[in-house]
Design a protein around this ligand. Structure first.
Ligand code: SIN
Length: 311
C-alpha cells in the first residue's frame, strides 16, 4: 500500500495533486470539475477586489513544449470565490481548498485580506505575488523591499493560514535574499513557481498571443528545471514550518515525484491540465504510486526533500 496523502498547515489532503491557479478555476462549474476529479484539492483563479475581463484574446497558446499566456488576471472578483469555497466547505465530505487572491495595489490587497480575516473562512489563502501579465504592474516578488513591506503590513492583522505564489528566481543570491525575507514571517507555504514571465513564442513571423505584443508567461516542459531548482532552493533555505508547493512542468508521475524529491508537499498542474483536462489527475496519481511502489516508498515523507547530490 502506498499513500500520496499530504498536509499543508495542518489541512489534510487525500493526495498531493491539484490544479495550478489559472487553470480550470475561473467559474464554479470548472472548479466543480476539479472537485469531482481525483485531484486532492483545488485552488481558485486569483481573485481581485473587483471582477476583471483581463487582456484581449488570443491570450493563451499551447506549443509543442508547453504554453504561453497573457491572461491579465481575468476573474469574477474575490467575493465570488470566497463565497463559493465557504459554501462548499460547509459539506462535511468537502475537500480542503486554496483561495488565490491579490489586489492591483497594496491597498487593494489589504482590503481583500482584511475582509477574509473578518469572514468565517478558516481555510488556506494563497497571495499571488507573481502575475507577469498585467500591463504596468510588475511582479511584486521581484521587488524585495516591497515584498517585505507588504508581508509586514499583512501579518500585523492577518492571522489565518497564508502562503505566497512566487515567480521563478534565477540567481543563488536572490534565493538567499528572498528566503531571508520569507523566514521573517509566519507564512504557511510558498508556491514555486508561477510562469517564467515575458517570454515570446513566434509562429512563422508572428507572435502567437495578442496582449503586450506577444510577451507572456511560459509554462510546461520549458520550465520544469527552473521550477525544481526553485522548489529545492527554498526547501534548503526556509524554516521547516514554511512548506513548499511545487508547480511547473508537471505532466507525468515522474515529474510529480521529482517535485516532491526536491521538497514539495503538494504539486500543482497547469499547462498539462489545460491540455488534457481533469482526467489527468488519476493518470498522474497512478504513475506516481507505481514509482513509489517500485522504489519501496510508502508515503511522501519517505522521499520528500531527499534529493541525492554527487559527491
Ligand atoms: C494571468 O491571469 O495573467 C495569469 C495569472 C498569473 O500568472 O498569476
Amino acid at each position: 500500500m502506498v499513500s500520496t496523502s499530504t498536509q499543508i498547515a495542518g489541512f489534510h489532503f487525500e493526495n498531493c495533486l491539484m490544479n495550478a491557479a489559472g487553470i480550470y478555476c475561473m467559474t464554479k462549474e470548472e472548479l466543480m470539475e476539479i472537485e469531482n476529479s481525483q485531484a486532492g484539492s483545488f485552488i481558485t483563479k486569483t481573485g481581485t477586489l473587483e471582477a476583471r475581463s483581463g487582456n484581449p484574446e488570443p491570450r493563451y497558446s499551447a506549443t509543442s513544449l508547453g504554453s504561453i499566456n497573457s491572461m491579465g488576471l481575468p476573474n469574477l472578483g474575490f467575493h465570488y470565490y470566497l463565497d463559493f469555497v465557504r459554501e462548499l466547505e460547509k459539506e462535511e465530505s468537502s475537500k480542503n481548498h486554496f483561495l488565490s487572491v491579490v489586489g492591483l495595489s497594496p491597498d487593494e490587497t489589504h482590503l481583500i485580506l482584511k475582509e477574509i480575516q473578518a469572514s468565517d473562512y478558516q481555510g488556506l489563502v494563497e497571495l499571488n505575488l507573481s502575475c507577469p501579465n498585467v500591463p504596468g504592474k510588475p511582479q511584486i516578488a521581484y521587488d524585495f523591499e516591497m515584498t517585505e513591506n507588504i508581508l509586514s503590513d499583512i501579518f500585523s492583522y492577518y492571522k489565518k493560514p497564508l502562503g505566497i505564489k512566487l515567480p521563478p528566481y534565477f540567481d543563488i543570491v536572490h534565493f538567499d535574499q528572498a528566503a531571508s525575507i520569507f523566514n521573517k514571517f509566519p507564512l504557511s507555504f510558498v508556491n514555486c513557481i508561477n510562469s517564467i514571465g515575458n517570454g515570446l513564442v513566434i509562429d512563422d513571423e508572428q507572435v502567437v498571443i495578442k496582449p503586450k505584443q506577444g510577451f507572456g508567461g511560459i509554462g510546461g516542459d520549458y520550465i520544469k528545471p527552473t521550477a525544481l531548482a526553485n522548489v529545492h532552493a527554498f526547501y534548503q533555505r526556509l524554516n521547516p514550518s514554511i512548506q513548499i508547493i511545487g508547480t511547473g512542468g508537471v505532466k507525468s508521475g515522474r515529474d510529480a515525484f521529482e517535485h516532491i524529491l526536491c521538497g514539495a508537499s503538494m504539486v500543482q498542474i497547469g499547462t498539462a491540465l489545460q491540455e488534457e483536462g481533469p482526467a489527468i489527475f488519476s493518470r498522474i496519481l497512478k504513475e506516481l504510486e507505481e514509482i513509489m511502489l517500485e522504489k519501496g516508498y510508502h508515503s511522501l515523507e519517505d522521499f520528500r526533500g531527499k534529493l541525492h547530490y554527487l559527491s
